[in-house]
Design a protein around this ligand. Structure first.
Ligand SMILES: Cc1ncc(COP(=O)(O)O)c(C=O)c1O
Length: 449
């Protein structure tokens, strides 16, 4: 299949200015990018401007955007209500940042507590990475234990401990039922690796067994309730993780940086599945397209960072010059306002289903063993016969065929990140989706030639 079709040549043909800029950028930035994930071979497409669901590259090519900055732009690019909120905030404050506590911090915190009612308090950060880092430190401080558990294949940000067993080569990662810790980056210290216990996602029996075996040294379990935004949990599995951590006195942290506000309804995966963790980490969407994160949780945990009540010797450090930035929070509030309108989620679900089901119809009709999987406004395309229930299943997918589809789509006006999930937004129209499916059909046909 697809031996003769070369979509990468089509991509190169169309993106000559990106190729040139890649050379320039690479003189100054390793790989021509500011984060490793943003590079893909032969070179990434460099964007110039955007509006709604569309983006334009350096060659002036127009694309329908399904990358949406890896998720935050759920209202698309430059939503008027977000832009207006940002300029109003700047004008009213008379400065970019007040630099001292301000009203919007508590206003936004109160709003997040209403959305996630199990939580009593919130702290803001500048990224999802910082949110998970600080949540873990709070849990460790509260439990006076250094170790925590995470699931194989989960991403919680790019610091040493969070990267452990993010994408291990399966042959070095031990048995599926008892995954071993594998460093996620060259340069990681042994102590960081030793602090992490790896669990098998969606595997009730072995997760419970490992947690019980390590109950005395684990401060927390951190998990993406929907792993990588598209591997959905069995409800029973989530329930068992919740019940077991509660019974063993281990803090359960839901990392909803990705799943937050991207499920079928307003809220997070915790809202959808009806399971309250002890802490939640948020990011991406709550900053309305600006750098943001938050961690929130029960009073006794969040009080660990409370300088008004906790003596310094027992306090957990939390800081950040730009935490709770007013412009960012204004953008986040405006985004939540639009998301909370009654018509938003029905539309977002309708448009996401149209695209996801459209891909699945094409795969079925054209004889591809592939599926578009994932909840709400995020899905991924996997070329596989089997069910995807964890990281190891994902590694068995046919990534070469996926790459052909990705570059074929990009060469025909769809902006996405190869091998990564697709994100939809409120600005995607039925016309956008139908155009995408038409193009996908062309590409899938060529791949059969
Ligand atoms: C689940 C999850 N946690 C944490 C992060 C880190 O967020 P940030 O890139 O804002 O640091 C990400 C980023 O993609 C994520 O998907």
């Amino acid at each position: 299949m697809c031996a003769g079709y070369d979509p990468i040549s089509e991509y190169k043909q169309k993106t000559k200015k990106s190729a040139e800029w890649f050379q320039t950028a690479s003189k100054h930035l390793p790989g021509g990018v500011t984060g490793n994930v943003k590079f893909y071979p032969p070179y990434p497409v460099y964007l110039k401007k955007a509006k709604g669901s569309h983006v334009w590259d350096l060659d002036g090519n127009e694309y329908i955007d399904y990358m949406l900055c890896f998720g935050p732009l759920i209202l698309g690019h430059g939503h008027p209500k977000v832009l207006e909120a940002v300029s109003r905030q700047l004008k009213e404050d008379g400065t970019q940042i007040l630099g001292a506590p301000h009203e919007l911090e508590a206003v936004m915190a109160e709003r997040l507590k209403r959305i996630f009612p199990f939580a009593d308090a919130v702290r803001f950060t500048n990224s999802g990475l910082e949110a998970t880092l600080h949540a873990l430190r709070v849990a460790r401080g509260a439990k006076k234990k250094a170790r925590f558990a995470k699931f194989e294949g989960a991403y919680h940000g790019c610091y040493d401990e969070a990267l452990v067993s993010l994408a291990p080569a399966v042959e070095f990662a031990g048995p599926e039922s008892s995954p071993q810790t594998v460093s996620g980056s060259f340069g990681t210290s042994q102590s960081a690796i030793q602090n992490v216990q790896i669990l098998p996602y969606n595997d009730i029996e072995n997760t419970e067994r490992i947690l019980r075996a390590h109950k005395d040294d684990l401060a927390a379990v951190i998990m993406e309730p929907v792993q990588r935004g598209f591997v959905v949990p069995d409800l029973e599995f989530l329930k068992v993780v919740r019940e077991t951590t509660r019974e063993l006195g281990i803090v359960l942290i839901f990392d909803e940086v990705m799943s937050g506000f991207r499920m079928e309804k307003f809220g997070g995966a915790s809202t959808t599945y009806g399971i309250d963790p002890d802490m939640i980490c948020l990011g991406k969407i709550i900053g309305g397209g600006f750098p943001c994160g938050a961690f929130m949780g029960k009073r006794e945990l969040m009080d660990m960072v409370n300088p008004a009540t906790k003596p310094k010797e027992e306090r957990v450090f939390h800081g950040g010059t730009f935490n709770g930035h007013p412009t960012v929070l204004a953008a986040g509030m405006a985004t939540l306002d639009v998301l909370e309108e009654p018509r938003t989620y029905p539309y977002l679900n309708k448009i996401s289903d149209r695209l996801r089901n459209g891909f699945n119809d094409l795969f079925g009709r054209m004889g591809y063993e592939a599926e578009a999987i994932g909840p709400g406004s995020t899905f991924n395309i996997v070329f596989t016969k089997g069910r995807i229930s964890d990281y190891r299943d994902v590694t068995k997918c046919d990534s070469k065929t996926r790459q052909k589809l990705d570059f074929g789509l990009m060469a025909r006006g769809m902006h996405l990140h190869p091998d990564k999930p697709f994100y939809t937004c409120t600005e995607h129209s039925e016309k956008d989706v139908d155009q995408t499916l038409k193009v996908a059909e062309e590409v899938l046909k060529k791949m059969k030639e």
